[in-house]
Design a protein around this ligand. Structure first.
Ligand code: ADE
Length: 226
């Protein structure tokens, strides 16, 4: 998979890709992540990438021309399956969207800034608009990092144990069950006996029950048996 991220603040975005799972995925060649500084596509003496709103109103708007130049250059080099714009008014990111995107070959992620981009950018290029939650960030960069992390860990081969993404919360529509490791008892708190039984169908049944119980308590909205 190849991800091209368009941003005015590449330095804000780089560190998540320089550690742990994302770093290993890049080093293993399972994903290629490229940063494009929008400022490099700006024209004019001031290299402006934003301007005031037509019709008045507070806040600057990102201009179409530098974005058009950057996206058009990328599109001339390869086909893109999805051109995503990070914005608080997009579809809220969930595991289903992450799964869908993880199957793509080439994607562009455009990070908004200031008040956002000129509507014509959205009309001309954008195939998907994604929000990471109902709150407003200073820019799309942190959202793009969240999206890329959620997507990259789903690419086959990225996680050491192939099954571990399959047992994540949400992957089967439920939250994950409680998990334990050594010691068997800590400060009087014991690990549930069933986990030492060696009876794997029984353990699986316990995990499913716990996942269901936790989902019902914390996120009943995820259950459609209400
Ligand atoms: N840009 C600003 N706020 C955002 C959000 N909640 N999600 C994605 N991009 C954003």
């Amino acid at each position: 998979m190849r991800i091209d991220i368009i941003t005015v603040l590449p330095e804000l975005l780089k560190s998540p890709f320089e550690a742990s799972i994302l770093k290993r995925a890049i080093e293993a060649g399972l994903v290629q992540v490229n940063f494009h500084n929008l400022r490099d596509y700006a024209t004019g003496g001031y290299k402006a990438i934003d301007d005031t709103q037509f019709g008045g109103g507070a806040g600057m708007v990102m201009m179409i021309e530098p974005i058009d130049k950057c996206i058009s250059k990328l599109q001339a080099e390869r086909n893109y399956d999805e051109i995503i714009y990070m914005t608080p008014d997009g579809e809220t990111l969930n595991q289903g969207i992450a799964n869908h995107i993880s199957l793509k070959e080439n994607i562009i992620v455009l990070c908004g800034h200031y008040k956002g981009v000129d509507q014509r950018v959205r009309d001309k290029f954008i195939t998907k608009e994604i929000s990471i939650g109902d709150y407003v960030l200073s820019g799309g960069e942190l959202g793009a990092a969240v999206l890329c992390d959620a997507v990259i860990r789903l690419i086959p081969g990225v996680l050491g144990n192939e099954t571990s993404a399959l047992t994540d919360s949400f992957q089967d529509g439920l939250l994950a069950p409680p998990i334990y490791t050594k010691p068997r008892e800590y400060d009087g708190m014991k690990v549930p006996e069933v986990l030492f039984s060696g009876n794997f169908p029984e353990i699986e049944k316990w995990r499913e029950e716990q996942a269901y119980k936790r989902t019902k308590e914390r996120r009943p909205d995820l259950l459609n048996d209400e």
